[in-house]
Design a protein around this ligand. Structure first.
Ligand code: SF4
Length: 445
């Protein structure tokens, strides 16, 4: 939880010696509260004050870093129970499981496929972040080989899952410098695994049966020198897991330090649809890492879409730049379609125009990122705003016709657009999915 300037000031020496570069201790405290200077700039702060300030300014949910360089992903550091109160900051890291019981060819193929699970949605790339190597064989040599192969073929950072510390150590050493998340599934092995995590410089996921047991375990892990911990409350059915993760987040936000860490959840259903339901539930509440078995794009895309929707800022409309876009090799006879600058509206239109293979202009009107009907209801999408956007875009010089297609849901605007722009209005389909048929059958320059 962030500290105020006065709370920081109380811990400072109050000598106003200026060695930190500020005229007074209070000025320094204010800058520190604003995050513009670090405590290390004051050479006179006592060890006790340092400890107080560091522990009090620690975020309620510990920041945990998995992987390095381009594969690095950070989880935790969350400050809210409900997304609408501010936003959630660090999207759930989605990991797809591979078992070390697979033969080499099958494992390599699965890992390669996991590395390719990446999609474009509303102008953003959404993808799987991690490969989770599961030591189902119990064999240390197989686990080590599987970890190396999965990391190489997927190109992703790893979660290494095992019930045995010795096996984790072997696989972690094989990935030395890559900072995998070590996930020890036997609670009795957690303290031994903490020593391995400390030596290898890796974060550690620990499992315990219930929140009380977890709260007793985490101080032992930090005492072993591992601060970056991920919690598995030991639940496996959806209801208990949802309850446990919610309780952990609640307690963390109340500054209950032993549970102030991100969580890890795994899907368990064999049914592919239920896997997506489980995964989406854990993304919403409140998994830091999610391990799934699903690997087909049709299974993974809805899970990643849920994550994208949960982690966008609910107070900022997702908007594209309001301007004239082109799709394909346009000419002066290409159609002009109008929509708003709400991302989902724009990309729905763009996707369907692409699918139609009819090169077109799309004019995205500035409606402050609101959708067609919302913008129409709030008078941001009307004859005047559409005509003004057409004029500003210079489309008149780019096409030889004077026809504009407006969304079918706002057919009522046609007279206004014609009056304001002097162009003929064609009423397009109500849903973007109707655009290909409309352009092929009804568009004539
Ligand atoms: Fe105060 Fe420390 Fe700055 Fe001196 S160096 S003015 S004691 S904050």
């Amino acid at each position: 939880m962030a500290l105020s300037g006065l709370e920081i000031y109380k811990q400072l020496p109050k000598t106003n010696c200026k060695e930190c570069g500020f005229p007074t201790c209070l000025a320094f405290a204010m800058k520190m509260a604003a995050g513009q200077v670090g405590l290390d700039k004051c050479p006179h702060v006592t060890e006790e004050a340092k400890a107080n300030l560091e522990s009090a300014s620690r975020p309620p949910v510990q920041l945990v870093t998995i992987g390095t360089d381009a594969n690095e992903i950070k989880i935790g550091n969350e400050t809210q129970l409900y997304r609408h109160e501010e936003r959630f900051h660090r999207p759930t890291a989605v990991a797809v499981r591979v078992s070390d019981t697979l033969d080499e060819a099958a494992l390599a193929q699965r890992a390669e496929k996991i590395g390719c699970l990446s999609f474009e949605r509303v102008g953003t790339t959404i993808k799987v972040n991690l490969v989770a190597v599961d030591n189902e064989s119990g064999d240390p040599a197989k686990f080590e080989a599987a970890a190396k192969l999965a990391a190489e073929k997927s190109g992703l950072a790893c979660v290494l899952i095992s019930a045995r510390t010795a096996n984790l150590q072997k696989a972690a050493s094989a990935l030395s410098g890559q900072r995998p998340l070590l996930y020890i599934t036997d609670p009795a092995e957690a303290e031994a695994a903490a020593k391995v995590a400390k030596d290898e410089g890796c974060p550690l996921a620990v499992r315990a049966d219930g929140l009380d047991a977890l709260a007793e375990l985490t101080p032992k892990i930090t005492a072993a020198g591992v601060e970056e911990i991920v919690l598995d409350p030991g639940t496996r059915d959806m209801k208990s897991t949802l309850e446990a993760h919610t309780q952990i987040r609640r307690l963390a936000l109340k500054s209950f330090r032993p549970l102030g860490y991100p969580t890890i959840a795994s899907t368990t259903s064999d049914d592919p649809t239920m896997q997506a339901v489980e995964a989406s539930t854990y993304i919403a509440k409140y998994a830091g890492v999610l391990v799934i078995d699903a690997i087909e794009p049709w299974q993974v895309l809805p899970i990643l879409t849920t994550r994208q929707d949960i982690y966008i800022d609910p107070q900022k409309p997702v908007a594209v730049e309001p301007k004239l876009y082109t799709v394909g090799e346009v000419s002066d006879s290409s159609p002009l379609l109008v929509t708003t600058n709400f991302s989902l509206s724009y990309y729905s239109v763009e996707g369907e125009v692409e699918a139609s293979r009819v090169p077109s202009y799309i004019l995205s009107v500035d409606t402050e990122g609101t959708s067609v009907l919302t913008a129409w209801a709030s008078d941001k999408f009307n004859g005047e705003t559409i005509a003004a956007a057409m004029k500003k875009s210079g489309v008149e010089e780019k096409v030889a016709h004077k026809k504009v297609v407006i969304p079918g849901f706002v057919a009522v605007l046609s007279a206004g657009v014609e009056d304001e722009s002097g162009w003929s209005v064609l009423i397009g389909p109500k849903e973007a999915s109707g655009i290909p048929t409309f352009l092929k059958n009804q568009w004539k320059p």
